[in-house]
Design a protein around this ligand. Sequence first.
Ligand code: FS2
Ligand code: SF4
Length: 543
Amino acid sequence: MFCNQCEQTAKGTGCTTIGVCGKNEAVAGLEDLLTHAVQGLSLVASAGRKVGVTDNAVDRFTCEAIFSCLTNVDFDPSRFEALIRKTVTLRDGLKAKVTAAGGTIDTTAPAATFTPADSLSGLEAQGAALNFINTLDANADLQSLKQITMYGLRGLAAYTDHAAILGKEDDTVYAYIHEAMSDLTRKDLGLDQLVALALKCGEVNLKAMELLDAGNTGTYGHPVPTPVPLGHIPGKCILVTGHDLKDLAMLLEQTKGKGINIYTHGEMLPCHGYPELKKYPHFYGHFGTAWQNQHKEMPEFPGAILFTTNCIQKPLDSYKANVFTTGLVGWPEVTHIGENKDFSPVINRALALPGFSDTLDKDSVLVGFARNTVLGVADKVIAAVKAKAIRHFFLVGGCDGAKPGRNYYTEIVEQIPADCMILTLACGKFRFFDKKLGDIGGIPRLLDVGQCNDAYSAIQIAVALAGAFECGVNDLPLSLVLSWYEQKAVVILLTLLNLGIQNIRIGPSLPAFITPNVLDVLVKNFSIKPVTTPAEDLKAILG
Ligand code: FS2
Ligand code: SF4
């Protein structure tokens, strides 16, 4: 196996025997084979678009299949087998329609004619034989750019899938995904073309994130400032982790009046700010911190645990029987809640478990500072900047992870001077989310914009501030200090670069799949910077 798509990749170069995430050789091969098969489907879908043939089921499925290969989503070989077989069935069905409409399908790429083996072990062998990631291109820099786009596509497919679940779709997004998956099979694209393909991924992702924002706010309302208890109350309980608001909403509905309290974990924390979710009296509080702490925290939770999206780690025996997956998440031998979203097994498990017997009074944290709330106090913010009460804005956001170097993000937040505001989003916030950082003129200094899925909201805040100050986003007193771990972060970075945002600081380490020459392109064009130390970076930013 070879995989280097995430920040915790082995030795900073690549996982070759087993993934640091727990992905084994078989699953790595199946992911590669699925990606290869989807490229074949995309080649046909792209040819179809040229003659007016589209198929929404194909588009939706393509995103699900690509999202399944994102870090910490699916570890279940049997789910990958089903995805691979369905990819080929859809490809062949679409081929017939495209040919009938007079379309021409280029069958020179092996992906277009790939035939899956009859057995799971045969598929695993086919996946291993591909050596997929290492052979995207013979030239190291072009290989690097293709990997950037491939991983960007995984993030883009995830956001497109999240939005589609809430009924928000746009064919331009699907068209790009098919086109880019097809283009990645080509060996004739040069550096400039591949840079353009990667930046286009960022451009299209802005649309996907706008759709997701519209889906979330259109369905559940605009988040409002809401204190979320970090303690617990007596009663049966279910912990919901991942990112999916609709799964949470359906679970809240199905647990009404059952005496079960619902707690969020990880990236689900911002859900407490949505009016249509917070209206449930049994939607109580937040338990635990970021994804990488689940082995420490989940054994302590006395109820059922539902994983709705990334990031799942191998469930330990001490709590495995309490774990359920849904959506695209999969772990072998863990009960999966299918498309009917009947959460009865989760509810029954919660009722069978002891639940909390006592009350734990702990601090609460404030969520709900997405674009609508922040822009609602824009006048106050602008006046505070003009009066020099606010010197600078920092966006400290992105993924969390296990590396000790991630203390950088805690320390920089601690060291940011008291006359600066800090916006945050995604699970990296758990490094500092419960710090009491005070306020400036009644506005909290630490504003939680939401999940990584809410990056669109942060971009809209920056764009609106730039409009108010009649300058570009790069001229604002705003610095982005980002942490990355998986491929949603890759595509958000591509979106920011495509918007022309300069001077982004990124850490805790640079991606293994970026070559020195490609890094040079990023530095020259976007002044992207690896993080150094909090003190040095603050000195450089604030002067
Ligand atoms: Fe955090 Fe994990 Fe949000 Fe990423 S919960 S690192 O995949 O999606 O961010
Ligand atoms: Fe390694 Fe990350 Fe790939 Fe898992 S997803 S195999 S940890 S590089």
